[in-house]
Ligand binder design. Sequence first.
Ligand code: PGA
Length: 250
Amino acid sequence: MRTLIAGNWKMNGSQAMAVAFAAELRRFMATGRQIRADMLICPPAPYLETAKRLLDGLPVALGAQDCHAKPAGAYTGDISAAMLADLGCQYVIVGHSERRTNHGESNAQVRAKAMAAHAAGLIPIICIGETEAERDSGQALAVTAAQLRESFPENVDGKGAVVAYEPVWAIGSGRVPSLDDVEGVHRHIRNQLLEFVSNGAMVPILYGGSVKPENAADLLGVPEVGGALIGGASLKAADFLAIAASQGAR
Ligand code: PGA
């Protein structure tokens, strides 16, 4: 399985930033340096079409940050998975902790979104992760396992979904769990996937939360870490590329 390096711009950026980002990617690729990971960028929805055009010919896939659970209808302001596929997306993030917290998204809603994404031909990236209080009370494994089981789409094979483990307290905080803790949770997630998902061994499990060029090689070297979901550091092409290039560099 190839490592997946995914950038989540969240509600950041502009057309000009997308242009500068793509130009830097193009300059890097023109040097002939090889990146051994698959790369994915998830810009805000209004920039998807611009990004699709800018990424043309570059080895970078396009993804969105959320989708609606229904294929179409009277849902003002929402975006269906089919629309994202229509714009050239291959992936969509669902159940990011910011959506779970700010929009009250439940595991059941996240699962419905993941199933809608799959039905539209997209690969959902299902985010799970414990809060600091849950970790401190020794519940990290139990909480992430429950989220996984309740959020993972039904009847989707392991080749059709990605899981991102993002401890809520590590997102945007500059703090990361120890490598042993990352390994422990990722192994636990893998064991769950093997139990209830057909081809559960094929699901890439990304780590997310304060991934930077400085810690990427260590995190990507942890067993069962199949890539990274990157927020802040994905806004600068140089940092994003440095993280992608650190795959296998340890
Ligand atoms: P961060 O965000 O890299 O800025 O911590 C990660 C995420 O929320 O996906």
